[in-house]
Structure formats: structure tokens, C-alpha cells
Design a protein around this ligand. Structure first.
Ligand code: NAD
Length: 261
């Protein structure tokens, strides 16, 4: 299927590895020009080189830095004109017990996982509406639908973003102008983040593989997802074929969520 987005420009935040990189690779395969971001320059440049080799016809620009910093967001926006596609992503907040978190911990989580995507969205959606095409995807978490107790900072901040998107996506000034906003909720995907979570669960136990295997068995698909398949799904949501999908929370978790809706 031709996704019809060749020559478009996309910002992909937090894209040097994992799910963000999966999205960048899938968009590159559709010949979308990219501005990618991450905190570490070396890995980001390696990823940019990989993208250029996969899709020699596209332009790939890099912006190093923490996307929760206003100066980094300004650089991202200045490097991508016009922004047709925005993939919001960042590292998730740390796990823990809410009794140990103070106001600063909450502000950091809210800033990174709720307010940063909202600031970027604010900067781009009206231009998208004027031009009659725009796709915004927020990478959130399956924990928005089925909260995980130790991920309270994530549950809280991402739910705030989810509520905001539900209202914004339905504004006729955007929806009727072919600007869609959706949240994609990953379950367990085989990335560095998942490896860290598994190591924490095994508490330094040498039998990490046993922990991973028991986690896989709890997923009806019997495996972890791959960043490539996550990216392919996001690329479809960015395509010309997905203009009637907006304001949705799309779970991609191998059947792990047990509910009907
Ligand atoms: P990852 O650790 O594999 O990759 C994260 C990427 O984001 C890296 O490129 C890192 O450099 C970059 N990054 C992190 N914080 C950043 C920031 N503030 N500014 C700029 N770049 C930043 O993680 P992942 O598994 O790809 O996860 C991506 C998001 O999806 C996270 O928010 C994570 O919590 C969420 N998530 C992941 C899973 C999973 O199973 N992998 C499940 C649920 C939710």
C-alpha cells in the first residue's frame, strides 16, 4: 500500500533507539523527510546515518537534547518547515511508591510526558489545519488503559495528556481540516527500556531469561513486540488513508489487555 506521504516532513522525538527509532525508520521507508531528536549525540547520529542509508532520497536532520527543554523544542521546530507529522515521545518516568515522590518528581513527569507534547502540538496544529494535512501521534503506554501501580508518575502524566487530546482532536477546526491526533499505547516491546524493566523485576537475579519468559507467557501473542512493527502501525496512522481516525487510544500489545473495549 502506498501511504501517500512521500516528501512530507516529520519530527520524531526521542528517536535514537526503541519505539521512536521504529517510527523514524518506517517513515523513512515511505520517503518522509525527518528531523529526529534524542539526548545522546553519538547514538542519534548513528541512527541518522542508518535512516539515510535506508532511504537515500530523504533529508534527515538531527537535534540533540532533552525534548522537555524549550530550547530543544525551538530547534526541532526551526529544523522542520512545514511540520506535516509530529511523533511525540520521551523516556518514561521512573517507577516507585507515590509516598516517596515529592512535588519536583511530579512536575518533571508532567513536564516531560504531558506538557512537552502539548507545547509541540500547540506550535504545529494550526499550520497543519491551514495546509489541510496533519498527523500527530503521542507514544503513551498501555498503562493508561490498565494502570500499573508502581508507574504512578506515568499513569498520572500520560492520563492528563490523554484527556487533553480527547478534547483537542474533536475540535472541528482540526478534525474537519484533515488534522488527526491519536495516542498509541504500547504494551511490552523489546527495547532497552523493557530490558531495564525486566532487570528491575529480576532484582539482579542471574535468571533474567526466566523473568522475560514468564512475561512473554502472560501475553496472548507469546512474545514481545518489535520496534519495527510499532513503527509500521504509526506510519499507517500518519498516512493519507487514516484521516478518519482521530482522538483514539490505540493499544498495540499482542492481546495483553484482557477487556472487550
Ligand atoms: P528506549 O529507552 O528504548 O528509547 C528511548 C529513546 O528516547 C532513546 O532514544 C532516548 O535517547 C530518548 N529519550 C528519552 N528521554 C528523552 C528526552 N527527554 N528527550 C529526548 N530524547 C529522550 O524506550 P522505548 O521502549 O522506545 O520507550 C519509548 C516510550 O514508550 C517511553 O515513554 C516508554 O515509557 C514508553 N513505553 C514503552 C514500552 C515498552 O515496552 N518498550 C511500554 C510502554 C510504554
Amino acid at each position: 500500500m502506498d501511504l501517500g506521504i512521500q516528501g512530507r516532513w516529520a519530527i520524531v522525538c526521542a528517536a535514537s533507539q526503541g519505539l521512536g527509532k521504529g517510527c523514524a525508520l518506517a517513515l523513512a521507508r515511505e520517503d518522509v523527510n525527518l528531523v529526529i531528536n534524542a539526548r545522546g549525540a553519538e547514538t542519534l547520529e548513528q541512527t541518522a546515518a542508518e535512516l539515510r542509508s535506508q532511504a537515500p532520497g530523504i533529508e534527515v536532520r538531527t537535534v540533540v537534547g532533552d525534548v522537555s527543554l524549550p530550547v530543544v523544542r525551538q530547534q526541532l521546530l526551526a529544523s522542520c518547515e512545514p511540520v506535516d507529522i509530529l511523533i511525540n515521545n520521551a523516556g518514561g518516568p521512573p517507577p516507585g511508591d507515590f509516598r516517596h515522590w515529592d512535588r519536583e518528581d511530579w512536575l518533571k513527569a508532567l513536564d516531560t510526558n504531558m506538557l512537552t507534547p502539548i507545547e509541540l502540538i500547540k506550535a504545529v496544529v494550526d499550520g497543519m489545519a491551514e495546509r489541510g494535512f496533519g498527523r500527530v501521534i503521542n507514544i503513551t503506554s498501555g498503562a493508561v488503559k490498565a494502570p500499573i501501580d508502581i508507574l504512578g508518575l506515568s499513569n498520572g502524566a500520560r492520563s492528563g495528556l490523554t484527556g487533553f487530546i480527547a478534547g483537542l482532536a474533536r475540535q472541528p477546526s482540526l478534525a474537519a481540516r484533515n488534522v488527526t491526533l491519536n495516542n498509541v499505547l504500547p504494551g511490552a516491546f523489546d527495547t532497552a527500556r523493557l530490558q531495564k524493566t525486566l532487570m528491575a523485576a529480576s532484582r539482579g537475579d542471574s535468571d533474567l531469561e526466566a523473568v522475560a519468559q514468564s512475561r512473554r507467557q502472560a501475553i496472548p501473542a507469546g512474545r514481545f513486540g518489535s520496534a519495527d512493527e510499532f513503527g509500521a502501525f504509526c506510519a499507517f496512522l500518519c498516512s493519507i488513508h487514516s484521516g478518519y481516525i482521530t482522538g483514539q487510544n490505540l493499544l498495540i500489545d499482542g492481546g495483553a489487555y484482557p477487556g472487550t473495549f
